[in-house]
Design a protein around this ligand. Sequence first.
Ligand SMILES: CC(C)(COP(=O)(O)OP(=O)(O)OC[C@H]1O[C@@H](n2cnc3c(N)ncnc32)[C@H](O)[C@@H]1OP(=O)(O)O)[C@@H](O)C(=O)NCCC(=O)NCCS
Length: 167
Amino acid sequence: MSQLSEPLNSTHKKSDFSCGKGMLDSYIHKQAHQDAKRKLSACFVINEAETNLIKGYYTLSNSSIPSELIPDQIRKKLPQSYHSIPTTLLGRLAIDDRFQGQGMGKLILIDALKRSFEISKTIGSFAVVVDPIDQDAENFYNKYGFLKLPDSGKMFLPMKTISQLFE
Ligand SMILES: CC(C)(COP(=O)(O)OP(=O)(O)OC[C@H]1O[C@@H](n2cnc3c(N)ncnc32)[C@H](O)[C@@H]1OP(=O)(O)O)[C@@H](O)C(=O)NCCC(=O)NCCS
């Protein structure tokens, strides 16, 4: 599986990362490594080889959504007895502001979708779910076809749609 990103490790310059959103900066500075150690989520980074600066990062974890949140058109194709649908949570995604506006956001999102798709071949996952931090983030995911899940603020992209990108 060829990926641009690699798991966060101690050589990466975490504390230099700054994307302009305090919560996402603070997460990579203080929490990402701990969460990975505790197997709560996995953090992947794309770094600049010469400096080891982190250009961008994202996190993935297993999750699920109640089936009633899935729009009718899609839900009607799922077994009625499944109340909870397995998904992959792309919990955080951010690009350092020195590298924003250069296509890195698109690149890292594709990297995250590819990794999620590859994992779904081993552990079932119906969709990638994101939890946009604000309207700006929602607009970004909307551009790439993510659909809103009612009442949750979350958005999702079916794995079947993602598979068409990579197969
Ligand atoms: C949102 C973010 C990831 C975009 O990264 P980026 O590297 O600046 O984006 P790119 O240069 O790859 O842009 C790719 C495309 O998305 C568009 N885009 C970028 N940010 C966008 C936004 N907020 N809303 C809508 N479209 C957006 C670009 O115009 C570009 O479109 P084009 O291919 O048609 O020219 C980045 O701004 C960021 O990290 N923001 C802070 C953290 C954040 O909000 N994360 C979101 C998940 S919680």
